[in-house]
Design a protein around this ligand. Structure first.
Ligand SMILES: Cc1cc2nc3c(=O)[nH]c(=O)nc-3n(C[C@H](O)[C@H](O)[C@H](O)COP(=O)(O)OP(=O)(O)OC[C@H]3O[C@@H](n4cnc5c(N)ncnc54)[C@H](O)[C@@H]3O)c2cc1C
Length: 444
């Protein structure tokens, strides 16, 4: 039975960014990452399954200014990490791309210009309001075929990136292993079955035997709450699996085009994006569904979802309250329509994709069944609301991390917080100077 300082369960971007941070910037010596599938980043961190946006908070109109500030800081850490890669690896992992939020109609234009003036402009000096003519120059297909009377405006960002987060996941693991004087193991194809605390250490039970650690982190996406509950930690939280899929078309956009989303809604409205792995297509999505499973396309996770979801009165009261929000109700209703075979594609075209590219036709759009993943949204039964952003439970030498969007963009920021907590708990050192030099200020 191996003994480690820290065991991280989950080989997505949350797990490997923490592995890298602990290995490179702390005095912790013995680290183990355990992943149940045969490769890293096969689920939400895989570039097929997310929107590949490095979120900065400038075109995400559903964020508050505080959230935008935090997301910007975290995204800058990712850019700083990528700047240390060789040219070829960097080009495969991160690419600059044009990025804007498109407002259609007076109400949306009014909303973005209000947000812009009330703080965004100051936080993002390179962000500019754009009129129809400017938009047409950058993204001709947004303007072509659009009714003359339909007014549009946009917010153009000067810092857009598309990312292969799956590749970044693998790079973090690779770099963590290269740090001299460290003992870093990555075990693939090994499912963690459970854990228990005994004599001050955690015993992690896997298909391949038992491992011990002074500290354990579950970075297992939706499964993190499942594991927390399995050892009796509940905190009155439940998880709502919000699924998201993508439609693809031949390439019709030059960059990322987001739509206006209301504040308080945890996910972005449908947007159009290029694909870093395929320059010939545009992706439209993600859609919003609520599949009763913890991992998309993995039916065997339905039973575990049932164990994680609290079937009690406070959960249902919370859901009723969440659905009381008319914008959430509208999103859910629309997205139910998008799931209807045949008709769904037509409705998606009319209500979403053609709002961005008016000339797009039914035959141009294809639903890709194997694209998309699950954003685990935490339902807080005490507050009777959805938790916006990452959910984290810290207790007694363990962290359980639940990361919906923009979890991939915030991976290094989340890892930093966890690493500071872990080093403090274990009485180890955090190399602040090295961190600041390479990935940015700690309390910036
Ligand atoms: C449709 C969609 C679009 C998104 N778009 C963006 C975007 O544009 N930008 C952005 O920043 N974020 C985006 N996100 C969010 C982002 O993808 C996630 O926040 C991020 O990938 C979460 O990473 P993770 O490592 O926490 O989880 P995951 O990538 O899901 O990894 C969890 C890992 O834990 C492993 N695991 C689970 N159970 C066990 C077990 N018992 N034993 C061992 N291993 C286990 C799994 O196999 C998996 O590898 C999007 C998400 C979705 C679904």
């Amino acid at each position: 039975m191996g003994m480690y300082d820290v065991i991280i369960v989950g080989g997505g971007i949350s797990g490997t960014s923490l592995l890298y941070t602990l290995s490179r910037f702390t005095s912790i010596k013995k680290l183990l990452l355990i992943e149940k599938y045969g490769d890293l980043a096969t689920l939400n961190s895989n570039s097929k399954n997310n929107a590949q946006t490095l979120h900065f908070g400038d075109i995400e109109t559903n964020y508050s200014i505080e959230e935008s500030r935090r997301v910007k800081r975290d995204a800058q850490r990712v850019v700083a990490y990528c700047s240390m890669l060789d040219n070829r690896t960097r080009a495969e992992t991160i690419q600059e791309c044009q990025k804007m939020v498109l407002a259609v109609g007076e109400e949306e234009i009014e909303a973005i210009s209000r947000t812009y003036k009330s703080g965004l402009r100051k936080l993002f000096p390179g962000l500019e309001m754009a009129d129809r003519k400017q938009i047409g120059r950058l993204e001709p297909n947004i303007v072509r075929g659009r009714k003359k009377g339909e007014v549009i405006a946009g917010l153009l960002s000067d810092t857009g990136y598309m990312m292969d987060f799956g590749r970044l996941t693998r790079l973090f693991a690779q770099d963590a292993k290269l740090v001299k004087g460290k003992d870093v193991d990555v075990m693939l194809g090994t499912r963690v079955k459970g854990m228990r605390k005994q004599a001050g250490t955690y015993r992690i039970d896997t298909e391949k035997g038992e491992y011990r650690a002074r500290f354990v982190v579950f970075a297992t996406g939706s499964y993190s709450l499942y594991f927390a509950k399995s050892i009796g930690i509940d905190k009155n939280l439940s998880v709502l699996s919000v699924g998201g899929s993508f439609y693809i078309s031949p390439r019709v956009l030059n960059g990322k085009v987001y739509r206006v989303q209301k504040g308080g809604i945890p996910f972005a409205a449908v947007h159009g994006d290029p694909d870093i792995t395929n320059p010939h297509i545009t992706r439209f999505g993600p859609t919003v569904t609520v599949p009763p499973m913890l991992e998309k396309r993995h039916m065997d996770t339905i039973v575990d979802y049932m164990k994680t979801f609290d079937f009690d009165i406070p959960t249902f009261i919370s859901l009723e309250k969440i659905l009381f929000n008319k914008d959430i109700r509208r999103i859910v209703a629309r997205n139910i329509e998008y799931e209807i075979p045949g008709l769904g594609r037509y409705e998606f075209l009319k209500k979403e994709a053609a709002r961005i590219v008016p000339r797009l036709r039914y035959a141009d759009l294809k639903k890709e069944g194997d694209l998309g993943g699950i954003r685990p949204q935490i339902v807080d039964e005490n507050r009777r609301s959805l938790v916006l952003g990452a959910g984290k439970i810290k207790q007694d030498g363990a962290i359980f991390t639940i990361t919906p969007s923009p979890g991939a963009s915030s991976c290094l920021g989340n890892a930093l917080k966890d690493a500071l907590y872990i080093t403090d708990y274990l009485g180890e050192d955090f190399y602040r100077e090295r961190y600041t030099r390479e990935l940015g200020r700690i309390n910036a």
